[in-house]
Design a protein around this ligand. Structure first.
Ligand SMILES: Nc1ncnc2c1ncn2[C@@H]1O[C@H](COP(=O)(O)OP(=O)(O)O)[C@@H](O)[C@H]1O
Ligand SMILES: [Mg+2]
Length: 583
């Protein structure tokens, strides 16, 4: 509860930052409350003096006032709605910017454990609910409370006996509102959770649709979807159930109250106690006026509640510190590219050590290869070198300086990585290569493409460099995507190049392209090549054989073959495999 209040205070402050709109809204709320409280008083006089005492000119005068006030209210209402929406949209615009700015610096480990669906919900629909805090929430609630206070004062001013009679409904209203408020808070939370589950389910299944279809999992997946879907519907219907129950009950109570007031008023008239027909009618209007804000306060509470739940999630993300520690200060335009791993230990998940004391050195301009079975930890070494994760112990040095002492951006601009699975964005080939960097001209790109001999391939695509890549690059083959990725890496002109199984799943023609590009790319720069096919690593200056997080052998191809152990076995098995394929 306390944290809810803190969040509300924060949201309030964010709104108040929109000074002009915010204070205009407050002023307008005050004016509206005054105006709407005065109207029943005028009506009461109009009836007592204008109608009952047949004072026509007074009656017309009162009607003119009511008309003016009504017109004024319409205009003020309009401005209030407009301004409160402006505040809402402006605040959530800011929040979206803040959140996105945070997200793009979060560390990889954060994305490992947080599903995309959840993040999409946070940055789209949760932020959306925050808007209601402003447009239907705090400002309107302020107006409502003000109106209730003014109406109560006016009632006592008009007739204290009828005022006390009307007051008797207040405790009843209070308890009913409390009850619904508590219940609705719970059902709304359930509804939001169910929606978030639906979001992440759909998101994930859409990404893996081809797997679902390939393994004929449609029926099972559909069953799962059915249950999640019905959960959402149930949760939503529950909110509707309580919500729709609330209004008729409030209506009933106010009707009973009005009945009591008219009855008491009639009795008082009968016994010639101080009351007038105008006053009784004014009280009917007052009770209706009390009911509306009281009824709406519950609604507003729920809107605010919803917004607070959404805001809590969004603000938690905005406040969290999931960025990789970037306190390094060393900026460098160009590095030599010597790499040294010294007894590096690392685990993604606590107590599950993946790298168990890795040590190796790469001299400037050398090409080293890492081989080993799947899951041995090859890619992990690369992840650590480009600091996607931080190590548990040991040292990783580039040019003799710990990677932590460099600025993250410095390290990453010096290391280019070509991964096995290349992600392309849904835009043109050119934009995918330059990432929209206007400093890189198309001529430069073409020049580079010619140098690593992928120009002809790109020109063979419809529209050439302007070829539009469909979502996630699915319209291009893996090998084609890899060539784009090579070009990306080449253009960066990095000091260190990393190829992570870049040739493991491409056809022979593409492999030839890649082979040529690789030769060009590795020239005069430190390179780390991870490869399945040992054919690609034979030329390396040094080969590391990795097994279960440990380097079991290292040396050149010929040296390792002489050893007659792990590498030799790998080589043997692949040699026979390839032979079998040929036969
Ligand atoms: N993000 C991650 N979170 C948890 N475990 C991971 C993560 N990435 C890889 N692993 C685990 O670390 C081990 C080594 O993975 P990896 O370095 O990708 O192997 P390789 O590239 O040699 O096939 C594997 O057991 C894998 O399951
Ligand atoms: Mg790997």
């Amino acid at each position: 509860m306390k944290s809810n209040q803190n969040i509300l205070v924060r949201l309030f402050k964010l709104g108040a930052e929109k000074t002009v709109w915010f204070y205009s809204c407050i002023l307008i709320s005050i004016l509206l409350s005054i105006s709407s409280t005065i109207k029943p008083l005028i009506t009461s006089k109009a009836i007592d003096v204008g109608i009952l005492e047949k004072n026509e000119s007074f009656l017309i005068q009162m009607l003119v006032w009511i008309t003016i006030l009504t017109f004024l209210e319409v205009v003020l209402q309009y401005v209030l709605i407009l301004f409160s929406n402006l505040i809402a949209q402006d605040v959530i615009y800011d929040l979206r910017m803040k959140l996105y700015k945070k997200l793009i610096y979060f560390k990889t480990a954060f994305f490992d454990r947080t599903s995309n669906g959840v993040l999409v919900t946070r940055s789209v629909s949760d932020i959306e609910t925050i808007a209601t805090v402003y447009k239907d929430g705090i400002l309107m609630m302020f107006g409502d409370i003000l109106r209730i206070i003014f109406v109560l004062i006016a009632m006592f001013y008009e007739n204290w006996i009828l005022a006390i009679i009307s007051f008797m409904i207040l405790p009843v209203m209070y308890f009913i509102t409390r009850f619904f408020q508590k219940t609705l808070k719970k059902v709304f939370a359930d509804e939001r959770n169910a929606t978030a589950r639906l979001n992440s389910f759909v998101q994930e299944r859409l990404s893996g649709m081809s797997i679902i279809q390939l393994f004929n999992r449609q029926k099972i997946e559909f069953k799962k979807f059915e249950s999640i879907n019905s959960e959402v519907t149930k949760a939503y219907l529950k909110t509707v159930f309580y919500f729709s129950l609330f209004f008729p009950i409030v209506e009933l109570i106010s009707s009973v109250a009005i009945g009591f007031v008219i009855f008491t008023g009639a009795l008082m008239l009968n016994y010639k106690l101080s009351v007038s027909a105008g006053e009784i009618i004014a009280f009917v209007m007052f009770i209706n006026m009390l009911m509306r804000p009281i009824r709406q306060i519950a609604d507003r509470f729920n809107q605010i509640q919803r917004g607070v739940v959404g805001a809590e999630r969004v603000l938690n993300l905005i406040d969290s510190h999931e960025e990789l520690n970037n306190s390094g200060t060393i900026e460098c335009k160009k590095i030599d590219g010597t790499i040294s791993f010294q007894n590096v230990h690392f685990s993604y998940i606590e107590n599950e050590e993946i790298l168990k004391g890795i040590s190796f050195d790469v001299k400037k301009g050398q090409t080293i290869a890492i081989v080993g079975t799947t899951g041995a930890g090859k890619s992990t070494i690369i992840n650590l070198l480009s600091r996607f994760y931080d190590i548990s112990s040991g040292k990783i040095l580039i040019d003799g300086i710990s990677v932590k002492e460099y600025k993250l951006s410095a390290i990453r601009s010096q290391i280019a990585v070509v991964l096995q699975d290349v992600f392309l964005f849904n835009s043109s080939i050119l934009e995918n290569i330059t990432f929209g960097d206007k400093n890189i001209s198309i001529e430069e790109v073409i020049q580079a493409a010619k140098e690593i001999e992928v120009h002809d391939f790109i020109m063979s695509l419809p529209d050439g460099y302007n070829h539009k890549v469909s979502e996630r690059g699915n319209s291009m083959s893996l090998g084609q995507r890899q060539l784009i990725s090579f070009l990306r890496a080449y253009l960066v002109n990095p000091s260190i190049l990393v190829l992570d199984e870049a040739t493991s799943s491409v056809d022979t023609i593409t492999e030839e392209f890649i082979q040529k590009a690789t030769e060009k790319l590795t020239q005069n720069r430190t390179s780390i090549i991870i490869a399945h096919r040992l054919a690609t690593v034979q030329q390396a200056d040094k080969i590391l054989v990795l097994n279960k997080g440990k380097i079991v052998e290292q040396g050149t191809h010929t040296e390792l073959l002489k050893n007659n152990s792990t590498y030799f076995n790998l080589y043997q098995s692949q040699f026979t495999e390839d032979n079998e394929l040929v036969n």
